[in-house]
Design a binder for this molecule. Structure first.
Ligand SMILES: *Cc1c(COP(=O)(O)O)cnc(C)c1O
Ligand code: SF4
Length: 333
């Protein structure tokens, strides 16, 4: 079998070369530049890799990828119930960069950065700058794991943990593999979707080099995000024996129809990816226009169940602070 790996540093160049100027993006897409003239940009800047921009349809102001990244003036209208810290994340770090809310799984904030700024993300209010695991903090995180024999899985999350270089990831994963109680390594990332070259030989080797069973959970919201380069990247992961799942966020105007959700599950399954969670939106200030009510979300899920095999229907879930797991909106599913 011939594997065709991307150059080891191509993704880092892409990361340095992301578009951050709304007017540049809009001009590229043949859209009126006045659309970029908003104070939302000052609050949480546009950030989108050129690889993803290539999948936006020029001339379409309602494009489902564009709407996930373009700062819009309506974000600045306050809406009751939508706040800066909806998950009360700031209160549950035993050690900087460590979030341990569920008994047997620990979340490690491998990096505060992301390749993309998604408008619906609570990161818009907490860039996590002082909450990432470097040097001494990494040792503290390992010490924390050592005092918690009930842990079975370490989850590298963020931000996006894959903005971290392969050499460092490899060392981190090797350190985790020395914790005898851990069985699984999970990575939560959007990078293979937005910069597919991120799936390097070094990354795949780092994830498969130890006894820990590797799982990678993608974040893809719309089938239009999947092109040939994404399919190739996913196939590099799967061929190496990594389990690949997807979690999406339910977003009005982007993926709230049965047709889109069905196409998302089918498109990803064609690449070997199974759906995991479909999250209802966290009520984060600036994202109210994406909100879909629980009643609509449940109706959508019922319709999806009627037109897909059970294994292609994601679990409709929300995160409620203080609960021992994610909360399913339709229990038993
Ligand atoms: C979502 C989350 C997990 C993972 O939960 P799963 O249901 O196993 O996907 C673990 N820890 C924290 C803090 C989380 O928010
Ligand atoms: S990639 Fe994930 S963490 Fe980063 S901005 Fe998007 S939703 Fe937030």
């Amino acid at each position: 079998m011939t594997s065709c790996w991307p150059a080891a540093d191509a993704w880092q160049q892409s990361l340095r070369n992301v578009i951050t100027d709304p007017n540049e993006l809009l001009a590229k897409l043949a859209l009126p530049v006045h659309l970029g003239d908003t104070s939302a940009q000052a609050q949480f800047s546009l950030r989108v890799p050129r690889e993803l921009v290539a999948r936006i349809h020029p001339g379409d102001a309602q494009d489902p990828i564009l709407l996930q990244v373009l700062p819009q003036q309506r974000e600045m209208t306050p809406v009751t119930g939508f706040s800066a810290d909806p998950l009360a994340e700031m209160g549950s770090n035993p050690v900087p960069g460590v979030v341990h809310k569920y008994r047997d799984r620990v979340l490690l904030i491998g990096s505060g950065g992301c390749a993309i700024n998604c408008r619906y993300c609570f990161r818009r209010h907490f860039p996590y700058q002082d909450n990432q695991l470097s040097g001494e903090q990494w040792q503290q995180a390992l010490d924390y794991i050592d005092t918690h024999p009930e842990l079975e899985e370490a989850i590298l999350s963020g931000g996006d943990p894959l903005v971290t270089p392969d050499s460092r990831l490899q060392r981190m994963i090797a350190d985790l593999a020395q914790r005898p109680q851990l069985k699984r390594l999970r990575v939560h990332t959007r990078l293979p979707i937005v910069i597919p070259d991120r799936v390097t030989e070094g990354l795949v080797k780092a994830m498969t080099a130890t006894r820990l069973k590797p799982v990678l959970v993608l974040h893809c919201n719309h089938p239009q995000e999947v092109d040939a380069s994404v399919r190739d990247a996913i196939s590099r992961l799967i061929q190496a024996g990594i389990t690949v799942l997807n979690q999406a966020v339910l977003l009005r105007g982007i993926n709230e129809t049965v047709e889109t959700q069905k196409a998302l599950s089918e498109t990803l399954f064609d690449c070997g990816v199974l759906p995991y969670y479909l999250f209802v939106l966290d009520p984060v200030a600036g994202a109210a226009h994406f909100d879909v009510s629980d009643a609509e979300a449940k109706q959508l899920l019922a319709e999806l169940q009627a037109c897909l095999p059970g294994y292609l229907v994601p679990r409709l879930a929300r995160e409620i602070p203080g609960k021992p797991s994610k909360t399913l909106l339709m229990p038993g599913r």
